[in-house]
Design a protein around this ligand. Structure first.
Ligand code: GUN
Length: 296
């Protein structure tokens, strides 16, 4: 039987709607406008597109957007000075420095300078530690989006076998922590995993986040499993430029119970979760209750 297609575009629109409702309430009941500051260094074309989309969607849900575009030649000291100002600015509830930054800037130093309470990317080591110890953290946006889709599809994830393919700090590791938090039995697989096919075949939930086009074939998938494809890979096929995931969609969709497409799956959820995290940060900063359904 063909898999249920998990529509990330529709789900992201629903999350943005929930965010917009919280923003309306924060403005109307408390006179607070949540604000997100995005810092872009240099002119990487992909980063420019991401930052433009973030700014546009931030405004669409009623929040304040502060964009800081800095020349690629900016010094680390100048960038740290800007982050210091944003940390101190009460109108800014979330801060994101778009990665990658130019080589002369140390990204760990920059991420470490962002106030953990405003770290809507969830990349600060304080948030990594809080997530790892099951405490209230700011959670990285892409894994949070994957978790929301999984919870929506399954209800409880308790006791399920989950395999995360990929061990990045941005997706693989936090994804594994979130699944563990929802009582899955979690395996993190990676390029040195001995029997990747066999490991994936045991999983009720497969999250693929390796950045290798179509590397997971359908015959690795346990019949009925849920496949979350985080990959966004640009390839040439039949003389055309195409976006594909880390899973071979056609063959995986024949075996899986549910699957996210590429594009239109995980991708749209990332910015929606960034907006959700900004509302969460704003509520926490003002001692207000957590926005329901938008946090891990
Ligand atoms: N560059 C690519 N993805 C991301 C992300 O999620 N956050 C930041 N800050 N930069 C990125």
């Amino acid at each position: 039987m063909a898999a249920t297609v998990i529509d990330g575009k529709a789900f992201a629109a629903k999350v943005r709607g929930q965010v917009a409702e919280h923003v309306t309430r924060l403005k109307g009941d408390h006179g607070i406008t949540p604000g997100l500051a995005v810092v872009l260094v240099g002119e990487d074309p992909a980063s420019q597109v991401y930052v433009r989309n973030k700014g546009k969607q931030t405004v669409e849900v009623g929040m304040a957007s502060f964009e800081h575009k800095l020349d690629a030649s900016v010094s680390q000291g100048e960038l740290l000075e800007l982050i210091g100002k944003l940390n101190a600015d009460p109108a800014v509830h979330g801060i994101l420095c778009q990665l990658p930054v130019p080589d002369h800037i140390d990204s760990d130093t920059i991420l470490g300078a962002i106030d953990p309470a405003k770290d809507v990317d969830g990349f600060h080591i304080s948030n990594v530690g809080l997530l790892g110890t099951g405490q209230k953290a700011m959670v990285p946006c892409t894994p949070l989006g994957c978790l929301m889709m999984l919870r929506d599809h399954h209800g409880s994830l308790s006791g399920m076998d989950a395999v995360v393919i990929g061990r990045s700090n941005i997706v693989g590791k936090p994804m594994a922590q979130l699944l563990l938090g929802d009582s899955c039995t979690v395996t993190i697989a990676h390029s040195r995993t001995k029997d990747l096919a066999g490991t994936v075949r045991r999983a009720d939930i497969v999250v693929a986040a390796v950045g290798r086009p179509e590397m997971v074939p359908g015959d690795w998938i346990k019949p009925g499993a849920t496949v979350i494809d985080v990959g966004i890979n640009r390839i040439e096929r039949d003389g055309k430029n195409k976006l594909v995931g880390d899973c071979d969609y056609a063959s995986c969709a024949e075996v899986a119970g549910a699957i996210t497409p590429v594009p239109g799956g995980v991708g749209p959820m990332t910015i929606a979760c960034l907006l959700a995290n900004t509302v969460t940060a704003c509520c926490r900063a003002n001692g207000l209750p957590e926005p329901e359904g938008l946090t891990a």
